[in-house]
Ligand binder design. Structure first.
Ligand code: SF4
Ligand code: MG
Length: 332
């Protein structure tokens, strides 16, 4: 598969003054293939949105690299970054907050086209607005109304129309359904899927739990406290979660069958999410991990490919890898 996005050892730290540093993103590496949906999952405050903004160049990076279509986003001259931004768009969690309440739907959707001077005439631009409204399941009569006149789901459709205005090929959807009613969530997800198919879009889909991400993602990365702790194909993540945090996230999703629900073993998270200003030594997850060992306090767990295309950062699998190496030695 062809990569559209590569994030390499990305760090984003915020200096809070008085020697306090918020390590929002710590050494995160992953890539997104053209045309796929990559799910980025973790509790709020784990650094998902910061990654999204740093990818788009809205934040400077602290270290590492972001490549979009082979170009290093953070070293591009301003002019080229501006052009590249046409191709990378964002959908936000709360469409109402991201839409100017004093602008009509027409103005909201037209704005990026005006900024990038996409059309020479108002007529062309308006036709494009109507086309976009229809593409997201609204119609041209909605153009002169205001965002607050619409339901949450409709407002998210307006946000999607705006994100599509510049014909992007990559969209970061930052919790686009978290604020919506469950019944509306599926509709918005279906719309995104349909648009992806029609337009060959690539999605980075950010979410705080795994329930909806499973159905829409090809691959999933799980984040905890600024670190990526597990990454693999959607199916293997659900069938064979390796990291204790992923196991906990999965066991938090209710299973409709009461017999299975009762019989299964849950992994319950202990304690609170630590502050990213003062993260635990060693493995960042150790203060909440039911399997924490002595080494977890001393040493950071290394990011490694434990199975084919299945990456995890956890000492439990170091052991497994080390044992394997030992037994190889014996056999040889
Ligand atoms: Fe738990 Fe240790 Fe693995 Fe961290 S490295 S997830 S503390 S077992
Ligand atoms: Mg967020």
């Amino acid at each position: 598969a062809e990569k559209i996005l590569e994030v390499k050892n990305l760090k984003k730290h915020f200096n809070l003054g008085k020697n306090r540093v918020l390590k929002a993103v710590n050494d995160v590496t992953f890539h997104v293939n053209k045309g796929e949906t990559f799910g980025l999952v973790g509790e709020s405050g784990c650094g998902k949105s910061t990654i999204g903004r740093t990818i788009l160049g809205l934040y400077n990076k602290t270290a590492g690299d972001v490549f979009f279509d082979g170009k290093s986003v953070h070293t591009l001259p301003e002019k080229e970054l501006f052009k590249l931004r046409q191709r990378m768009q964002m959908i936000f969690q709360d469409p109402y907050a991201s839409l100017n309440p004093r602008s009509t739907v027409r103005e909201v959707i037209s704005e990026p086209m005006e900024v990038h001077k996409l059309f020479r005439t108002k007529k062309e631009q308006n036709d494009r607005v109507y086309q976009l409204l229809e593409e997201v399941g609204l119609n041209r009569d909605h153009a002169n109304r205001y965002p607050h006149e619409f339901s949450g789901g409709q407002r998210q459709r307006i946000g999607i129309a705006r994100a599509l205005a510049l014909n992007p090929d990559f969209i970061i959807a930052d919790e686009p359904i978290s604020a919506l009613d469950v019944s509306v969530q599926a509709q918005v997800v279906n719309l995104l899927k349909q648009l992806q198919e029609e337009k060959g879009l690539t999605f980075l889909f950010i979410a705080h739990d795994l329930s909806m991400v499973k159905q829409i993602s090809d691959r999933i990365g799980v984040m905890y406290l600024g670190n990526m702790v597990e990454l693999t194909e959607s199916e293997s993540l659900y069938e064979n979660p390796l990291h204790p945090y992923t196991q906990a996230l999965l066991s938090a999703i209710p299973i409709p069958d009461p017999d299975i629900e009762e019989a299964r073993e849950r992994i319950i998270l202990q304690g609170e999410l630590p502050s990213p200003i003062n993260p635990p030594s060693g493995c960042v997850f150790r203060t909440r991990c039911p399997f924490a060992m002595e080494i977890c306090t001393r040493e950071k767990s290394q990011w490694q490919e434990v199975e084919n295309n299945h990456y995890v950062a956890c000492h439990l699998y170091n052991e497994k890898v080390n044992k394997q190496k030992d037994s190889d030695l014996v056999v040889n």
